[in-house]
Write a protein that binds this ligand. Structure first.
Ligand SMILES: C[S@@+](CC[C@H](N)C(=O)[O-])C[C@H]1O[C@@H](n2cnc3c(N)ncnc32)[C@H](O)[C@@H]1O
Length: 338
């Protein structure tokens, strides 16, 4: 990657990502012909393109203004003027965030203060507080990205946004809970889908042990065939809605087609993709949610082959490939058969 730049150009797009994944995001954007530029830690800028949804981006927004101004009052006035000029009439969701790095996170109080100061300058009737309603309301998300030495103001239509969470950080932990990271990965993946597995659905969970995903699916009323040579948590092993098949996923075939195929197997990505493609070709499941491990240095060439295997060989449709907030060296794919 070339050295980073410290201004975002108006009209281009800024993408947030997991810290350390900038080179992967940069490469993905370059391969898409989007002329990327590194903007700073956990931030890459590029041209915008119809339908561009990089796997390693958490969120993308179009740049409206970029400044090195740090004093709150002039900054808030500048941002409010820019925001006031946005398409009149459409509701706005105002989000402030920092790059997800130690230096960025230290600016969280400044980001929140900026959001409050901008909010106070905008007509209350234009602001939508519940970002979960933003898509149906036709809202625009206004992004205030406060980075070291740089504040970028941008916007994205909620219905085109990669995430409705500020900066794409979709935290799934609820107060008083301590779910496993695996369970949060699944919750985040399901959160992004138009509909979820529910009562009466049959799910197969490949690589299910110790059972975080299976437990979340059972809690939604689904029946789960959990496939893993390893042991499940005792409360799941004795649950009437769970059948544990203690064998390799590569040896398993369902007795009849199921509604959902889940997969979080710790195994080589290309072999997992071939297994998921077999499920697609044979029509063994209608919906797919899979976590693909990418521990290798060169991730994009592998991801290209995974995409090709799932769609061309497996016939999976509507494929999404995203490194979610709770994903580390991995991405989550979703798809359906019809
Ligand atoms: C990251 S863990 C899965 C965590 C699980 N989703 C949860 O929420 O508890 C990966 C699992 O993949 C399983 N695994 C690895 N190779 C497998 C195979 N060939 N067939 C089935 N499971 C496999 C491992 O035994 C391990 O339990």
């Amino acid at each position: 990657m070339p050295p980073q730049s410290l201004t975002a150009r108006v009209g281009r797009w800024v993408w947030t990502c997991r810290a350390g994944f900038e080179p992967h995001l940069y490469e993905e954007l370059a391969w898409a012909g989007a002329q990327p530029r590194p903007l700073g830690e956990a931030l890459v800028e590029s041209e915008g393109q119809q339908g561009l949804a990089p796997a390693f981006a958490r969120l993308g927004f179009q740049v409206l203004a970029s400044t090195s101004e740090e004093a709150l009052e002039p900054l808030a006035t500048l941002v409010a003027d820019v925001v006031a000029a946005l398409r009149p009439g459409s509701p706005l969701v105002l989000q402030a965030f920092t790059p997800d790095t130690p230096r960025g996170n230290a600016l969280a109080p400044q980001a929140e203060a900026l959001r409050e100061a901008v909010r106070a300058r905008l007509p209350a009737g234009r602001l939508l507080e519940d970002s979960e309603r933003a898509r149906e309301a036709g809202a625009q998300i206004v992004c205030l990205c406060v980075a070291p030495g740089l504040t970028v103001v941008g916007a994205v239509l909620a219905r085109e946004a990669l995430s409705l969470a500020a900066g794409g950080r979709q935290r799934m932990r609820r107060a008083g809970e301590s779910p496993s990271r695996a369970a949060m990965k699944l919750e985040e993946a399901l959160h992004g889908l138009a509909f979820e597995p529910g009562r009466g659905d049959v799910c197969v969970d490949l690589g299910a042990a110790p059972g975080g995903w299976t437990q979340r699916l059972v809690a939604r009323g689904a029946r789960v065939i959990a496939v893993d040579p390893a042991r499940l948590m005792p409360e799941l092993a004795s649950n009437a809605r769970v059948r544990h098949v203690q064998e390799s996923a590569f040896a398993f075939a369902p007795e009849e087609p199921v509604d959902w195929l889940f997969c979080d197997m710790a195994w080589r990505p290309l072999e997992v993709a071939q297994l998921l493609a077999k499920w697609g070709r044979r029509g063994w499941a209608s919906h797919l949610v899979a976590n693909i491990k990418l521990p290798m240095k060169d991730k994009n060439p592998i991801l290209l082959r995974v995409r090709h295997t799932l769609t061309t060989d497996g016939g999976w449709k509507g494929l999404t490939v995203r490194q979610l907030y709770h994903d580390r060296d991995e991405v989550t794919v979703t798809a359906h058969r019809v």
